[in-house]
Write a protein that binds this ligand. Structure first.
Ligand SMILES: [Zn+2]
Length: 267
């Protein structure tokens, strides 16, 4: 199946070549129109870099595979572990009988307490994945060597902690490009995006607004992106308070959260 984003990429690239061909063979395209077309084309390419839901360059899993006899979603938490917030998130999930997936930052795993938290999450039935080594905000602009260090290094830090292979990977801020796609394929990572975003990871995020945003958008199969830590540990994450309000709503709607399967479901 070809993603919407891939169609947009192929379609707009074909159109761009068409315009160039028209200028070369027939009448030159007016200056304003060609500038406009160039701007539009760059806009399409950039949207693909920023939004994993389009799967323009990387084949992200943005939803759970369809299941006939049960409805469920997957809550995911990025940027941890956080020694304060992650245990509170684990307690709330356990109390509700729900499972989640934690995408952890490699450099945070030097702390023995953070390592213990990752192992504890697994022992309590949750899944973990890598969220790069250092979570650079310039992730989409890194060269191939730096990307390999970020993606491979993050994965290795996690695998050293849990003692087994762990292909689940979510890029920082969900950014991707053709080089990310190449490195991810080469390293055998399994890229996970999202279909619903809590937007709880920004300063000033309000619990009620985050809960409403998720409750409005979530449906059977949704992968929901939340944060159990601040990327630079400079804010108190609101995930625990979000879960206090959100988990009863999900339970009432028959949408329990499950952990992402460690292996991709074969179809
Ligand atoms: Zn992140």
């Amino acid at each position: 199946v070809i993603s919407t984003g891939r169609w947009a990429l192929y379609g707009s690239t074909t159109a761009a070549f068409g315009l160039v061909a028209r200028s070369l063979i027939g009448h030159p395209v007016p200056y304003g129109a060609s500038l406009g077309a160039l701007g539009l084309y760059c806009g399409v390419l950039l949207t693909g870099v920023l939004d994993p839901r389009l799967s323009m360059y990387v084949d992200f899993e943005n939803e759970l595979p369809e299941q006939r006899d049960a409805t469920r979603i997957a809550l995911t938490f990025d940027d941890g572990p956080d020694l304060e917030c992650t245990p509170r998130v684990l307690d709330r999930l356990d109390a509700a009988g729900m499972k989640a997936t934690f995408f952890v930052i490699g450099r945070k795993l030097v702390d023995p307490a953070a390592k213990a938290l990752v192992r504890e999450a697994i022992a309590r039935g949750h899944a973990v994945g890598s969220h790069s080594f250092g979570h650079p905000r310039t992730f989409a602009f890194l060269g191939e060597k730096a990307l390999r260090a970020e993606i491979g290094g993050g994965r290795k830090s996690l695998e050293d902690v849990i003692g087994r292979a762990c292909p689940l990977f979510r890029p920082p801020i969900g950014h991707s490009n053709p080089t990310v796609a190449r490195v991810v394929t080469e390293l055998g990572c399994r890229p996970i995006g999202w279909s619903v975003r809590g937007r709880d990871g920004v300063s000033g995020a309000r619990v009620e607004a985050v809960v409403r945003r998720i409750d409005d958008a979530v449906t059977d199969g949704s992968i929901v992106a939340l944060h159990d830590a601040a990327e630079r540990d400079d804010r108190a994450p609101i995930a625990a308070a979000v879960l206090d309000a959100l988990l009863p709503l999900l339970a009432a709607r028959g949408l329990p959260s499950v952990a992402l399967e460690p292996e991709r479901a074969s179809s």
